[in-house]
Ligand binder design. Structure first.
Ligand code: PLP
Length: 358
């Protein structure tokens, strides 16, 4: 049976990415060797990381003066690397969910933290309005999570703030054009919209580095990786190879604008089905803050006990990964770039069929 992969992360990758990665596992770049067993210093792998870096810059229109890094440690490692490298006295945050919360906790180890807005008391069901206006110029930076993977909210407009701007774009990078020039650092774990787990992309403004007084351990200092082109130590070779395949695929499709068009279309299809349903209801209270990547919904109170039955019903029809995160409950359908609209249609059909039966 055809599977429809709605996992939140690691998550669906394009068939192009999976096929080319599988081929390289058997024979990489006609070397007669597997990508799993070659030196990261080989000229063949150097070509891979160079091309992947160039494609990130091309697709996101990264201006001159920025470096693109390929680092290990997951997006969570960035929660400490960012303050290590950027926080001198004070930074501002918006608390919009678990990942923002975790980043705030780490930043507190390095300096003063000002949470300008939070939706924590309302279970992160919306994006607080007017948060950017509350950010003051005396901050070393303002930090936000662009897409809240667990709660299904998203900030799709680059905020204007009077200090440096930093964002965790792990779960919506490459789903909208980003004005990179507004940012001093952007990072994204690969396992949502790019590659298998194991690599994190960091886009950092070169001249924003080197302004903190504290000593920084070599591996946690962005300058180490800028200087060595992400080859100070062994980078995650296989995930970088897969990332290159996805980036080529994105370019072939027509780039970020086309990806965004598709993502908006997919999200509208599912949100319309939820909004017009007598059984299902979205968990995000303000439509303006709804994520186009992770759609969270539950059953209305009068149908609540049918939730496990729906999971079973959907699973029998090939839906995978639609169970909501344990902190939200209900359902979450992740509609990352690689998910075809046919899968969203299949889910909507499934919802409609189930409603008819009950
Ligand atoms: C998944 C995710 C993370 C955590 O990524 P790891 O690679 O597991 O550390 C951080 N931020 C966001 C927005 C995420 O979706």
């Amino acid at each position: 049976m055809k599977k429809h992969n709605f996992y939140a992360g690691p998550s669906i990758l394009s068939q192009y990415t999976i096929k080319n990665t599988a081929d390289a596992v058997l024979n990489f770049a006609d070397m007669g060797l597997s990508i799993l067993e070659i030196s990261h210093r080989s000229k063949q792998f150097q070509a891979v990381i160079d091309e992947a870096t160039a494609l990130v810059k091309e697709l996101l229109e990264v201006p001159a003066g920025y470096s693109v890094l390929w680092l290990g440690g997951g997006a969570s490692m960035q929660f400490c690397m960012i303050p290590y490298n950027f926080l001198r006295t004070k930074a501002s945050f918006i608390d919009t969910g678990t990942w923002a919360h975790n980043a705030i906790k780490e930043a507190k180890l390095f300096g003063e933290v000002d949470v300008v807005a939070s939706s924590e008391a309302e279970h992160y069901t919306f994006i607080p309005k007017g948060f950017a206006e509350k950010v003051t110029a005396d901050n070393d930076y303002f930090y936000y999570t662009s897409n809240n993977t667990i709660y299904g909210t998203e900030i799709r407009k680059d905020p204007d703030v009077p200090c440096r701007l930093i964002s965790d774009m792990s779960s919506d990078i490459f789903s909208r054009p980003v004005d990179v020039a507004k940012y001093d650092a952007i990072f994204a774990g690969a396992q949502k919209n790019l590659a298998p787990a194991g690599v994190t992309i960091v886009i950092v403004r070169d001249d924003a580095l080197g302004h903190v007084d504290r000593p920084i351990p070599t591996m946690l200092d962005y300058r180490t990786h800028v200087k060595k082109g992400s080859m100070f130590n062994t980078p995650p070779v296989l995930p970088i190879y897969s990332a290159l395949q996805t980036l080529k695929y994105y370019k072939e499709l027509g780039g970020i604008k086309e990806l965004e068009r598709r993502d908006l279309e997919k999200a509208a299809l599912l949100y319309d089905a939820i909004d017009s349903s007598r059984m299902f209801v979205g968990t995000v209270t303000d439509p303006a803050g709804r994520s186009i990547m992770n759609v969270c919904f539950v059953m209305k109170p009068e149908y609540k006990e049918l939730e496990p039955a729906f999971i079973e019903f959907a699973t029998e029809r090939g839906m995978v990964g639609i169970k909501g995160h344990r902190s939200v409950g209900g359902f979450r359908a992740s509609l990352y770039n690689a998910l075809p609209i046919e899968s969203v249609r299949a889910l909507v059909d499934c919802m409609n069929e189930f409603q008819k039966l009950h």
